[in-house]
Structures are given as structure tokens and as C-alpha cells.
Design a protein. Structure first.
Length: 450
């Protein structure tokens, strides 16, 4: 990274004057100017390089400026930069076929969108149309996107400011062993009680009103909550019993994050609809979509599907998606994620949990982990309150600052530090980044000690 104070000032000035940022009080933020990136790192105009342990917004699975993805986009741009969705296009079809090849049998159609939220919108639309039932159940600890239906389905506080919510959504508690809403003593008990709670929710909300249940296969931003054994198959069984469409939201965890094409594949379950985005092409060009069961797709064989987007299946985005599949196969990405997760990340995080009093729990799979921080290991009181901001969130800001000072860009959310680096990160960088987090947890320990 080379310092360029003049560029730094210009980028910052234009941004502050004219860019209206997501989820932010505009006068209270100071977006970091970024000059470039490569692999698992990016750099600014002040001479700092950061290891990207958040993969931007957990989308950059193949890292910054992957040469194969960049070349694929460049080649496609030189050939056919765009084409509207009602035409047939070679890369669009190629990508759809590759996606269906790694999806469960009996899912052979893809509807492309521009990102995750509109994938969720369209999956819900399909479920409502095929069941004739409008209500959708979603977990409190969830994020499903920022369009009108998706933000209503979202359980986390980002929904609150968007209320009054759509009345045709109801929320339920998913399993979360460390803070079990069911007071369970074991994963088996958590599964059984979470399923009983879900069934009661279905009965009391009215099975005849519920068209879909949407679930992140591993809850992402809201905690890296890995479902206990049997939970997702139990959800599947309830959906079958009550005539409900099961939508697996794979936007954050799909395409390798936990070492599977789709995270649900690690939990012995097959959904009816799969939403994806982010990792499909690392977000180099916006792309998302819905993978559709043959049964649901057939319902639109002779009846029009009432939905579409100008950029659905954009050739530049699809070219990057095709290149992603080639890189995954050539470089054994899924295998390396499983290996690095089990051999490098898990033991190191478990050692941090043993060493730092502020670490309540570490959990995750593949290259997707959470370190949950507490004031007190006995009471499990979170290091900062739920949805903390400003001074209440100061301890988390101090941990993030300690990471950045040592050249690591962390992902923090509420009382957690997540570990979600690009899947192409070298083992050496992975260890270096984990060591930085280890040292930053001293800050958490001091905050916990008060
Ligand atoms: N679903 C999940 C699980 C997500 O994590 C996200 C984004 O973080 C979305 C949906 C929304 O995706 P997008 O921001 O591309 O609209």
C-alpha cells in the first residue's frame, strides 16, 4: 500500500458530501477510503493494508480481484455486456445448469435476481402463489434483506424501524444452545423443544394460513448459529405435515462458506426453494437467485410467473459465476474450507475460549465462526447489550480498533466477533489474523473485568 494523501482527501470529501450510506446516521460515520485489494487483503490511501476477515459483507468468497473472475468479466464485456432476461443467453444458461448440478436432485430451475433480498422476495412470492397461503414464518434471529417483504421477515432490529410490519409474517425462536430460549440441557433437547415450539407456532398461527417457513441454514449475521442435529430435518417434516413451503436462505452461507455448496447439505435436509447471492460470484457483479423444486417450477409451466427484473441473469454477473464454479473445482475450495476450519480455526478459537475470560462461546463450521463475548462466563451476560450502539457498544468498538491497528479488518456484530475470511486465504494469513484477534481479546477481557 502506498500513501496518497491527496487521493485520500478527495475520496473522503466526495463520499462525505454526496454518498448516502446504508443503515447509518449520515453525520456520525466516517467511511474508510479503500484504494485496492488482492486476495484476502485490501489497502487504503494511507499506507495501511488490512486482512479482510469479514470478506466485505461475507460475500467475497474468492477474495479481492481474483484473476479468473476479473478475466471472465472482461471477456464477457468484450463479447456481450448485457442482454435482457427474456432472451436466451449462453453464460446465463451455463451458470443455471452448473447451479442445478450441485443443488439437490429434483431442483432443476433457477430464477436469477440482482441480490439476496430480491431472491427472498421472489421465493416468498412463489410459495404464496403455489400454496394460496400468505403468511410466512421466520426466525427472530435472522436477516433476510432490505426490500419490503424481506425486511419484514427479518427478525433482527433492522425490522423495527421499518414497521408497521406486514401482518402476514410471524416470528419464532430457532435453536440457540448457548442462550436456549427453551432451557435445554443438550443439543438433542434443544432440537426437540425448538421443533415443539415451531409446531405450536404453526398450530396457533393457523396452518391453513401459512405458505412458507424461511430459515437461514446457518444463521449468519445474527450469530453464526449452527443448527443442532435433527433440527432442519424436523422443520422439513413439519412443512410436509402442514403443507408449507420450506425456503432455505443460503445468501450468506451458500457457495462454500461452511465447506459445502449449500449449508443445508451438511444437515441432511432438502428444501423446496433455495435463495442465494453473495458467494455465487463473490459479488463482483450483483447477482442472486432462487433455485426451484421441479414441483413448484411445474406450477408455472402453463401459468405465467408474475415477476421479473431488467437485469435478471446479467451476463457479466453470470460470467463471474461460471468462473467461480471453475475455480471451486480446480482449487478444491470446498475441501480447503473444511480442512482449514477443522484443523486451523477451530482449535485456535477453542484455545482462545479457554484463555480469555470474556469468551463465552465459540461456534461455527468451515470458515464461518463466531466468538461470543460476555461480561461473566457464569451468568453469560453479554459484553454489550443486545442491539447496543454508541457508548453502550464502546467495548466492541475498542476490540475492532485493536484489530485494525494490527492490520485486520474484523466483522463485529452486537457482542460477537465473527471470523469469515475469503475462502482463498492462505494458511499463514489465517493464522496471523487469528493471532491478531487473540491479542484483541485482551481488550475484551479488560472490558469484562470492568
Ligand atoms: N439473506 C441473508 C441470509 C443475508 O445475509 C443477506 C445479506 O446479508 C440477505 C438475505 C440480503 O442480501 P442482499 O443484501 O444481497 O439483498
Amino acid at each position: 500500500a502506498v500513501a496518497d494523501p491527496e487521493a485520500n482527501a478527495r475520496v473522503r470529501a466526495d463520499d462525505r458530501a454526496h454518498v448516502f450510506h446504508s443503515w447509518s446516521a449520515q453525520a456520525l460515520i466516517d467511511p474508510h477510503p479503500v484504494a485496492g485489494g488482492a486476495g484476502a487483503s485490501f489497502w487504503d490511501y494511507e499506507g495501511n493494508t488490512f486482512l479482510d476477515f469479514s470478506s466485505q459483507l461475507v460475500n467475497l468468497n474468492l477474495g479481492h480481484q481474483h484473476p479468473d473472475l476479473v478475466a471472465a468479466i472482461q471477456a464477457q464485456a468484450g463479447r456481450l455486456a448485457t442482454i435482457q432476461p427474456s432472451m436466451a443467453n449462453d453464460v446465463r444458461g451455463d451458470l443455471a445448469r452448473r447451479i442445478c448440478e450441485v443443488a439437490p436432485e429434483g431442483m432443476s430451475k433457477v430464477f436469477f435476481t440482482n441480490g439476496g433480498a430480491d431472491a427472498v422476495e421472489n421465493a416468498v412470492r412463489m410459495a404464496r402463489l403455489v400454496t394460496g397461503k400468505r403468511k410466512v414464518l421466520a426466525a427472530y434471529r435472522s436477516y433476510h434483506g432490505n426490500t419490503s417483504t424481506a425486511i419484514t421477515l427479518t427478525g433482527d432490529p433492522r425490522r423495527w424501524a421499518n414497521e408497521p410490519a406486514d401482518g402476514s409474517v410471524a416470528h419464532f425462536f430457532g435453536p440457540y444452545a448457548y442462550r436456549s430460549p427453551f432451557h435445554s440441557a443438550s443439543p438433542e433437547e434443544e432440537t426437540r423443544r425448538a421443533l415443539e415450539h415451531l409446531e405450536q407456532t404453526i398450530i396457533l398461527e393457523g396452518a391453513s394460513t401459512i405458505g412458507a417457513i424461511i430459515l437461514e441454514s446457518v444463521v449468519g449475521t445474527n450469530g453464526v448459529l449452527v443448527p443442532p442435529p435433527g433440527y432442519l430435518p424436523g422443520v422439513r417434516a413439519l412443512c410436509d405435515r402442514y403443507g408449507i413451503v420450506y425456503i432455505a436462505d443460503e445468501v450468506m452461507v451458500g457457495f462454500g462458506r461452511i465447506g459445502e455448496w449449500f449449508a443445508f447439505q451438511a444437515f441432511d435436509v432438502v428444501p423446496d426453494l433455495i435463495t442465494f447471492a453473495k458467494g455465487i460470484n463473490s459479488g463482483y457483479v450483483p447477482l442472486g437467485g432462487v433455485i426451484i423444486s421441479d414441483e413448484i417450477a411445474a406450477r408455472f409451466d402453463t401459468v405465467a410467473f408474475p415477476g421479473g427484473l431488467t437485469y435478471s441473469g446479467h451476463p457479466l454477473a453470470c460470467a463471474a459465476g461460471v468462473a467461480t464454479f471453475e475455480v471451486f473445482a480446480r482449487d478444491g475450495i470446498l475441501e480447503r474450507v473444511r480442512d482449514l476450519g477443522a484443523r486451523v480455526v477451530e482449535p485456535r478459537l477453542r484455545a482462545m475460549a479457554a484463555k480469555h475470560p470474556s469468551v463465552g462461546e465459540v461456534r461455527g463450521q468451515g470458515l464461518f465462526w463466531a466468538i461470543e463475548l460476555v461480561k461473566d462466563a457464569e451468568t453469560r451476560e453479554p459484553l454489550v447489550p443486545f442491539n447496543a450502539s454508541g457508548p453502550d457498544a464502546a467495548p466492541m468498538a475498542a476490540i475492532a480498533a485493536a484489530c485494525k491497528k494490527e492490520g485486520l479488518w474484523p466483522f463485529t456484530h452486537f457482542n460477537r466477533v465473527h471470523v469469515a475470511p475469503p475462502l482463498v486465504i492462505s494458511e499463514e494469513d489465517l493464522v496471523r489474523g487469528l493471532d491478531i484477534i487473540d491479542r484483541a481479546l485482551d481488550v475484551a477481557d479488560r472490558a469484562a473485568a470492568g
